[in-house]
Design a protein around this ligand. Sequence first.
Ligand code: PPS
Length: 573
Amino acid sequence: MPEHLIEPHGGTLVDLVVDEARAAEMKEASRDWPSWDLTPRQICDLEMLVNGAFSPLTGFMTQDEYDGCCKDMRLPDDTLWPMPIMLDIPSDIADTLTAGESVLALRDPEGVMLAALHVEDLWTPDREKEAEQVFGTTNPEHPGVDYLLNGMNPVYVGGRVEALQLPHHYDYVELRNTPAEVRKMFAEKGWRKVVAFQTRNPMHRAHQELTFRASKELEANLLVHPVVGMTKPGDVDHYTRVRCYQAIMKHYPHNTAALSLLPLAMRMGGPREAVWHAIIRKNHGCTHIVVGRDHAGPGKDSQGNDFYGPYDAQELLQTHEEELGIAMVPFKLMVYLNERDAYCPIDEVPEGIKPLMLSGTELRDRLARGADIPEWFSFPDVVSELRKSYPPRSKQGLTVFFTGLSGSGKSTVANVLLVKLLEMGGRPVTLLDGDIVRKNLSSELGFSKEHRDLNILRIGFVANEITKNGGIAICAPIAPYAHVRKQNRDLIGSSGGYILVHISTPLEVCEQRDRKGLYAKARSGIIKEFTGISDPYEEPDDADLKIDTADITPEEAAQQVILHLEKEGYIGV
Ligand code: PPS
């Protein structure tokens, strides 16, 4: 793109924060306004609107703006804007509003009023159509489509926004800069040409090589501009990533590169999202933006097919860069050449040389095993940050969740396991036995399905906290229902290890043992809703281990669990 078309330090910036007098007036008037507590994604969108990152937008889209944006990426005045920015609300809140009259107070989750929305439009969108137009698919395996179809409220409300304040952040405050602050920083540093690097992943050597190469080729400074709002579900958390970015910044020459965090909620919209990212970076005063392979890609569908072609984003942005006044720096995948100890774009690999790469899956696997991560792939200070957040399995927290009938031997085996793990040491161990939980955490609950589910979810909540913080939780309730066991697995599995042990001792054996005399009472009807007798037990089909204690000792059963944990890497030397 010709240099003269690039506008250094961006164009006009929107600022939606009102002055003190207007703020006082709004606070007074808000007593009569209906309120809406913003969702995490809406808070991100609001922040980007208010601080001017979404310039020229001055509020949430009206239907006209939305229709044009979805259809052909244009606002009614023909301005290019590729991503719909709407406020979605439930019908009961929408029913309290009148278009052209109402003002809606927008509040954070604690109820603090951040802004007012002057309601200009209210409508129920056709979200399948929106998905097709914006994302090119209605397949909910696309995370942007999933959020749109399954995570949003049914009514959209559009109109001008007036803000009292920006959403407050307590983390990395010095790195969270508004577009105006970023432009000011560039001006103070004398940076006229700045290339932005958008990322939602930890940065390794390939990223450093790519960005350094881009800056050198353009003779431009570099803004490392990672997204810390919402990214793709399952991504590395932003605390870990920011520590990695801080580490990598030391690997650029002094005074050539800066780091700033962007509170954007990504949609993983590939090509359209690349255009959106470029507008946002232009608003931050950048003159160039790096767009690599599969920019803002949503991953593959369950058939293994990509939603977009690897270079679709580059192609779409290329057609609009002149109009936008920010130049795209297209980059191919960077690979390592061992023979030359150097990185190069994949299409420039000399014949006969086999390039080296490490996939994200391979990296995660190596972290989980505590295996070596080669220096050609990542800087040791970045790897050390990742290792702190992703310790090997033998140092991760985990939950061993026993399920089985009353009298099946759960508690006894769980107690032996507790002792064996305490003998081994290394991690704190907590036993959440069924009976004990019912005396404390769930003392007011009975045995209806509703109460049993609540009991199991409470146990899951506590076990998750223990697991998240690196401890071992041993749980031993009956947990007769598969769907809540599954909910616990999903929750805890994202914090550490989760092992489901089905103590499958047959009902006849449990009843014969009848250590507490409960089966006799259940048979004679004194105890109602008794699991296995007058209440269901759904056998797990997802158990990691199945142990029948009819013919083995509790010590032998506990050993089976320990050997399984060792096999899975949760116990190591
Ligand atoms: S559940 O279904 O998971 O919430 O049950 P749990 O919290 O593990 O509680 C089971 C223990 O409570 C005693 N008990 C009963 N069990 C099943 N059904 C009924 N109706 C019932 N009433 C009391 C029983 O002692 C269970 O302990 P365990 O250790 O399983 O024998």
